[in-house]
Design a protein around this ligand. Structure first.
Ligand SMILES: NC(=O)c1ccc[n+]([C@@H]2O[C@H](COP(=O)([O-])OP(=O)(O)OC[C@H]3O[C@@H](n4cnc5c(N)ncnc54)[C@H](O)[C@@H]3O)[C@@H](O)[C@H]2O)c1
Length: 323
């Protein structure tokens, strides 16, 4: 009999990595290893989480380390190593400092965990996923990024507040790069299958007012990361990014074929080739198993293309810097 316990290695044990480690324990993901360059920190967090196992019933094997050899045997590697932004910074401002860290981490993943599926969270997201795939040389389905699950959850949450319903019943996809040009897809946003715009029209009785309310929600989604940074002052969002990454880990480990918004490499879909960008993809044991294509209106496609251009500029900057 062969029973395999999935091994998840979290590279970066900071704010997101720490919360994600606890979520992995609560979700009984199997074996969880928290890795960071800060001595004692990942060990301390892992011990703290493990000591709750009697109370949360997690029964998980969890450890912390400063040795990259922990990557050996990893099925999934989640990368949060790098700087978060501070108030006044854009995600793109992190490019140079985080690219160095991601290159180093990618070399370790390539060496020690050559068969793993890698989920990158570090910003600027689309560029860091691109770099991860370049350095590891892994097939594109095994290197993906988390951003869209979070952006879509933010979109759904704001709609839910507006309509006074559970966010669980809202589906509100966001495509494009994880930056100011992201594309919340208003036309596809629905509450239990009913278009949100239809519900807003009923609520306000005026198409103009409904559009105005939705425009404000869309802008808030685009600014949501900065809104949290402004309040926290010392870093960026971490509970919601960790929870979003958890949904991707579960979809992969459980081979559930969930269709989630993720940063995946396109091969002609939506008219884009060889660039990583946020799209809907089916997640399972093979990682991003299929990009889900669907029709975009001229306006939606124009917004998507603008976002692709922003990602291309960022990747171009990386190339110019020789990263
Ligand atoms: N994709 C998203 O949705 C999303 C959302 C929020 C934040 N982020 C990004 O995620 C990243 C992590 O955010 P955070 O709040 O957890 O930051 P954090 O500063 O709390 O944690 C980052 C950790 O990385 C570690 N680190 C640095 N260099 C390393 C290396 N070479 N190897 C291993 N670990 C290393 C640091 O010691 C630190 O503990 C940031 O880049 C942030 O911008 C992404």
């Amino acid at each position: 009999m062969s029973i395999s316990v999935p091994k998840v290695v979290l590279i970066g044990g900071g704010q997101i990595g720490g919360v994600l480690a606890q979520l992995c324990a609560i979700e009984r993901i199997g074996e969880v290893v928290l890795y960071d360059i800060k001595e004692g920190m990942p060990q301390g967090k892992a011990l703290d989480i493990a000591e709750a196992s009697r109370v949360d019933g997690s029964d998980v094997r969890i450890s912390g380390t400063n040795d990259p050899i922990c990557l050996v045997g990893a099925d999934i590697v989640v990368v949060t190593s790098g700087m978060p932004r501070k108030d006044g910074m854009s995600r793109d401002d992190l490019l140079t400092v985080n690219a160095k860290i991601i290159s180093e981490v990618a070399e370790n993943i390539k060496q020690y965990a050559p068969n793993s599926i890698v989920i990158v969270i570090s910003n600027p997201l689309d560029a860091m996923v691109t770099l991860m795939q370049r350095v590891t040389g892994f097939p594109a389905n095994r290197v993906i990024g988390q951003a869209g699950v979070l952006d879509s959850s933010r979109f759904a949450t704001f709609i839910a507040w507006e309509l006074g319903v559970s966010a669980k019943d809202i589906n509100a996809p966001v495509l494009g790069g994880h930056g100011d040009t992201m594309v919340p897809l208003v036309r596809y946003a629905n509450v239990a299958g009913i278009p949100v715009m239809e519900q807003l029209l009923r609520k306000y009785g005026s198409a103009e007012k409904a559009k105005d309310v939705m425009d404000k929600i869309v802008q808030r989604v685009r600014d949501a990361g900065s809104e949290v940074v402004k309040l926290l002052k010392t870093g960026s969002a971490f509970y919601s990014p960790a929870t979003s990454a958890m949904s991707m880990i579960k979809a992969i480990v459980r081979d559930s074929k969930r269709v989630l918004s993720v940063c995946a490499k396109l091969n002609g879909e939506f008219g884009v080739k060889d660039y990583y960008i946020g799209v809907l993809a089916k997640l399972g044991r093979q990682g991003a198993e299929q990009v889900v294509e669907f029709d975009l209106t001229k306006e939606e496609k124009a917004m998507f293309d603008k976002s692709v251009e922003a990602v291309k500029t960022l990747v171009g900057d990386m190339d110019r810097l020789g990263i």
